[in-house]
Write a protein that binds this ligand. Structure first.
Ligand code: ADP
Ligand code: MG
Length: 626
């Protein structure tokens, strides 16, 4: 076949593949056009997840009659007066309307500012009709019907109505954050209506879009390097989420989903947040438009900085500094070194065997050999461990005058609130050498169980350990063993977005199998009636929100089984033995024994260790004795 020039309709359809991927990308283009037109009120109406209808109404400058047909012609734009170097608008390629018009039925009604009349054109899969007079008091109304009906290959790749509809909401939220003074309203038969009233300032808009909880749990960021400025709010590391849907990044007011920026955000949280958690943040980068290229991709979500390293450094540095100032980073160089040593040891610990009976005393730690094990040590115990412990601790306590008032020699535990340590003062508890994880001796900071083994000591993160145990129990429950639930006296109501409430309600049966009984409570709330008994007292609000995040992320793309696994992991994370809970000595020992019985108990379900082990030789080395 000879070389021929493609006809214009075909060119538009090909380009549409890049600009218009799904209904949400159409909404993005139309709302961006409204913003570029200087609108102060933008209304978005959708039906069928945007597959049947999308309508964007604005009160912007409008399009003159004579330009309506140009607006739907490829490469026609009113926005590129300054060339590609100086793009101050969201659009500039002149591709959106022609692309949309080639894969849908498009109508454009507009009344240009100052014009006495409004005009309308229609585009049906590339065929234009009009302009003809119509009634409209101001601004522009763009209507898109039957998106992709003529392109079955595309239609096939669209997700469920609900998934498309929530993708549209997400796009609108991002653009609403970029334009706090604009009023946004989104409604339709496929959703609950949402309105973001015109906000006084960015803080108010952030509270409207991301939530008042977030603004109360975030630090303000305002930093600059050379001429690049970073501002916004970064959530405290403790206010993390199960997915990255709550990260809003902007470059010169344009919402972006740039890999480099996302990774820089992660970098800023690197040593204050667990790897599997995601920060919540709204961050704006402002710089000379000549220093950034937004023309990398037709959808304009990626950007290319002239100096990416500088931008990355700015983000990571500003976040770290903000957290340091907020007093969140406590680790000094000295403890970091010790921790590094202890962490290294944690990696070598052999997971506990499934059943522990029949294991030789001391056998657990025996395979671990360090160079320090060889030879005699001044600290090598001569007496059985339990007696040594009594002796040493008793002596230390009386010598230093540490013994708590009124506590007699035989008392087993000393319990004085979450902040104080629980200390075993007597050796009549379990002998250390009988168990791989040793005998519990103390609980520190309400979360760390210190146990004595025949080779050294073990520190257990009780929250992580309990989480693992709960996870295993939940997994068993999934194999048919019913899990007990605990009825709440008063159902707890959790306010959520309509999408989240819907997703939770849809998964109610699976959640009930795990002991979590909930039901829909109005359009945007969930009522929780029973919780898994194994969790004890738990923060139900947080649990339900985390589950909603989990379902939002895994809802459509994962198999039922892996989705349920994730749900189980999320529930497990809410176990009752969270840090802060004071445990009695026999509770601690019970936890240790349970860990020994449970497969892969040495890691919590996020892959973090549940305990670390420190050999006596290592301790001696820390004290410069070796
Ligand atoms: P671009 O936004 O890249 O210029 P579009 O295809 O999205 O390309 O729009 C083409 C042109 O149509 C715009 O440059 C603008 O002049 C006009 N236009 C589109 N939507 C609107 C609107 N809502 N209000 C005013 N003018 C609009
Ligand atoms: Mg545009």
């Amino acid at each position: 076949m000879p070389i021929v020039q493609l006809d214009e309709h075909l060119i538009d359809q090909i380009a549409a593949g890049e600009v218009v991927e799904r209904p949400a990308s159409v909404v993005k283009e139309l709302v961006e056009n409204a913003i570029d037109a200087g609108a102060t009120r933008i209304e978005i109406a959708t039906a069928g997840g945007g597959k049947t209808l999308l309508r964007v109404t604005d009160d912007g400058c409008g399009i003159p009659e004579g330009e309506l047909l140009l607006a739907v012609r490829r490469h026609c734009t009113s926005k590129l007066s300054g060339g590609l170097e100086e793009i101050a608008t969201l659009g500039f390629r002149g591709e959106a309307l022609p692309s949309i018009g080639s894969v849908a039925r498009l109508s454009l009604r507009s009344r240009a500012a100052g014009a006495g009349e409004a005009f309308e054109i229609a585009v049906d899969h590339g065929h234009c009709d009009g302009p003809r007079p119509t009634a409209l008091s101001r601004g522009t109304v763009v209507e898109v019907r039957d998106l992709f009906h003529s392109v079955p290959a595309r239609l096939k790749f669209l997700k469920s109505e609900r998934a498309e509809s929530s993708a549209i909401t997400d796009v609108v939220r991002r653009l609403a954050l970029a334009e706090p003074e604009v009023r946004f309203e989104i409604s339709g038969p496929d959703r609950t209506a949402t309105v973001f009233e015109a906000a006084r300032d960015m803080a108010e808009r952030i509270a409207q879009v991301v939530g008042g909880d977030f603004t109360g749990n975030a630090v303000a960021i305002d930093a600059a390097r050379e001429d690049i400025r970073l501002s916004g709010l970064a959530g405290l590391p403790t206010y993390s989420r199960g997915n990255s849907l709550q990260q809003f990044l902007f470059v010169n007011g344009r919402p972006v989903r740039d890999k480099m920026l996302v990774s820089a955000l992660r970098g800023g949280y690197a040593d204050v947040m667990a790897k599997d958690r995601h920060p919540v943040a709204v961050l704006f980068i402002t710089l000379d438009p000549a220093l950034v290229d937004v023309n990398v991709h037709p959808a304009k979500a990626d950007v290319r900085f002239r100096d990416p390293g500088l931008v990355r450094g700015l983000i990571v540095g500003a976040l770290r500094q903000a957290f340091a100032e907020a007093g969140l980073r406590s680790s000094s160089e000295g403890t970091a070194g010790i921790l590094a040593r202890m962490r290294a040891k944690a990696g070598e610990v052999t997971p506990a065997p499934r059943r522990f009976e029949g294991f030789a005393p001391g056998g657990f730690a025996a395979p671990r050999q360090t160079p320090f094990d060889a030879g005699a040590s001044p600290y090598r115990p001569l007496a059985p461990r339990s007696e040594t412990a009594t002796l040493e601790r008793g002596t230390a306590a009386s010598d230093a005058g540490f013994r708590p008032n009124g506590l007699d020699e035989d008392a087993v535990t000393y319990e004085a609130g979450a902040a104080s340590p629980v200390i075993a003062t007597s050796g009549e508890t379990q002998p250390a050498e009988d168990f791989p994880l040793g005998a519990a001796r103390a609980q520190l900071h309400g979360n760390y169980i210190v146990a004595e083994t025949d080779k050294g000591l073990v520190i257990v993160d009780q929250h992580a350990a309990h989480e693992r145990l709960v996870y295993e129990a939940l997994k068993e429950a999934l194999h048919g063993k019913a899990l007990a639930s605990q009825m709440l006296l008063i159902p707890e109501i959790v306010d959520l977005s309509a999408d989240d409430a819907e997703r939770l309600a849809e998964n109610a049966a699976d959640l009930a199998a795990l002991g979590l009984h909930l039901e829909r409570f109005g359009p945007a709330a969930i009522a929780v009636r029973e919780t898994p008994a194994i969790l004890g007292q738990t923060d139900i609000q947080k649990l339900v929100r985390d589950l909603a995040d989990e379902l939002a992320e895994f809802g459509t793309k994962d198999s039922v089984k892996s989705r349920i696994d994730h749900v189980a992991a999320t529930i497990a994370c809410h176990g009752s033995v969270r840090s802060g809970r004071v445990l009695k000595l026999d509770e601690m020992n019970a936890l240790l024994r349970e860990m020994e019985r449970t497969p892969s108990a040495s890691q919590c379900n996020h892959g973090r260790p549940t305990f670390i082990e420190l050999g006596l030789a290592d301790i001696e080395k820390l004290f410069g004795r070796r």
